[in-house]
Design a protein around this ligand. Structure first.
Ligand code: PA5
Length: 447
């Protein structure tokens, strides 16, 4: 079995003229050099590069985690509350959901809060939590993000009522080492706390305590996750296009972009990867979408979305390419029974495995989409496991950094997300935003 994240470009060959690849090669090599030598734009955020190795060797981190996990077990905790948004949320959920149907055991349920402001959802979760025995993990690098701050206020109040003075023993924070309101509160209230490394940005932080703490406490083998990521890291040092899957992925994306396809649709026939696609969208969207450049990342889960977006993908405006995330092997043996008494014309499927039908659906769809003018990239891992998910995360992180550098932008900042936040603060009456509030109100009145 091939151990690598594998790329199949046979349905995207039309994009890959030798001269076009050659034209991109120097950019890729330069981008790679920027990453290895920490010399490119935003190089103060390249801490993710050797994060897997650093975390694997952090014995203190693992022993602290084990202690908390034992305590959770001894206290018969039945739920984890995880508060965070964006990079402080997506990675954990991606891994938990991807493995949900593939682990031979149940991981500890997680209630997610702080990732949006829908009051009905928040209220319902708080109600359910009244009768749960839970610990709360609050994650915010800045410690000042609105959504998690609101969620933590609510949870903290409930925990104080429910657990009294002892509530603080049930709160774990993950935040900046020195700065921010959450660090201050952690010190004042005596919460147990982990650090978001300074040199790792939110969307690159899943393999830091941001992702590792909740994953470990939920029951995921983070050693395997990190080992997978660490083994994928060797690709960073390969300067040979034909051997480096990330080079090939980035080249294909950029050539699609140059040829009038500025949208990438990430798809999978494994809807367990829904949140992995959400994580990927955040990673690529926030990293590349700046200076009026970048590929728009969108996603769809099949076969479900073949019954909704399928028509557009096959026949609509030809402005996108597709990247399918696939599994080389599935071990599920669920088989369709023979039902000769049912006249639905499906008896030809009797005794076939569902997993086999799904694989055939994938091949059939990929060919149909390609025939309809959509270049299709296929990225596969040998099978669904925490180890291979680790590889996939690292593959996408590395490729994203390469791709951003090939666009000539800083892949590690996100200046654009401040615009809505400032407007929101102004309209909500945050001190210091009075002038902007006046301008916005005037705009609203003139709409
Ligand atoms: O990738 C990013 O930097 C963002 O998505 C952040 O992770 C997100 O805004 C949450 O920020 P914080 O962890 O500071 O609350």
């Amino acid at each position: 079995m091939n151990d690598k994240v594998k790329l199949d470009l046979s349905l995207a060959k039309e994009l890959l003229q030798e001269k076009d690849i050659n034209q991109l090669l120097p950019y890729l090599s330069h981008a790679q050099k920027n990453i290895i030598e920490r010399s490119g734009l935003g190089n103060e955020f390249l801490g993710w590069v050797d994060l897997p190795e650093r975390m694997l060797n952090d014995k203190k981190f693992f022993s602290e985690l084990e202690e908390i996990k034992n305590e959770i077990k001894n206290n018969n905790v039945d739920t984890l509350v995880m508060i965070g948004i964006g990079g402080s949320y997506m990675g954990t959920r991606a891994i938990i959901e991807a493995l949900r149907y593939y682990l031979p055991y149940e991981s500890l349920p997680i209630v997610y809060l702080g990732h949006h402001l829908e009051a009905a959802y928040i209220e319902k979760q708080l109600k359910i939590l009244e009768n749960s025995n839970y610990y709360t993990i609050v994650i915010s690098k800045s410690g000042t993000t609105t959504e998690p701050a609101i969620a933590f206020r609510l949870i903290r109040e409930q925990m104080k009522n429910k657990y009294g003075e002892q509530y603080s023993k049930r709160v774990i924070t993950i935040t900046d080492e020195k700065k921010g309101a959450l660090r201050k509160l952690s010190v004042e209230e005596g919460y147990r706390s982990f650090i978001v490394p300074d040199n790792v940005g939110g969307r690159y932080s899943v393999l830091s305590p941001v992702g590792l703490v909740p994953l470990y406490l939920a029951g995921i083998d983070i050693n395997e996750l990190l080992s997978g990521a660490n083994s994928q890291r060797s690709d960073i040092f390969i300067d040979d296009w034909s051997e480096n899957a990330a080079f090939q992925y980035v080249t294909t994306r950029h050539l699609a972009y140059q040829k009038g396809k500025p949208i990438e649709m990430l798809t999978s026939f494994y809807p367990s990867l829904f949140y992995l696609a959400e994580w990927w969208k955040q990673l690529y969207g926030e990293s590349e979408g700046k200076n009026n450049l970048g590929i728009l990342p969108v996603s769809a889960m099949f076969t479900t979305d073949l019954h909704s977006l399928g028509q557009y993908i096959q026949d609509g405006l030809r402005v996108f390419f597709e990247t399918i995330i696939s599994l080389e092997n599935q071990f599920n043996t669920l088989t369709i029974p023979s039902s000769r008494d049912v006249d639905d014309g499906m008896e030809f499927l009797a005794n076939k495995r569902i997993s086999e039908i799904n694989q055939i659906a994938e091949s059939a769809t990929a060919i149909a989409h390609h025939d309809g003018g959509v270049p299709v990239i296929k990225i596969s891992i040998p099978y669904m496991s925490v180890y291979y998910l680790g590889k996939l995360l690292y593959f996408f992180e590395y490729a994203c950094a390469l791709s951003g550098y090939c666009f000539g932008i800083n892949p590690f900042d996100q200046p654009g997300v401040e615009a809505y936040k400032n407007n929101m603060y102004a309209l909500l009456g945050k001190p210091g935003y009075e002038e902007l509030a006046m301008q916005l109100k005037e705009k609203i009145n003139n709409l």
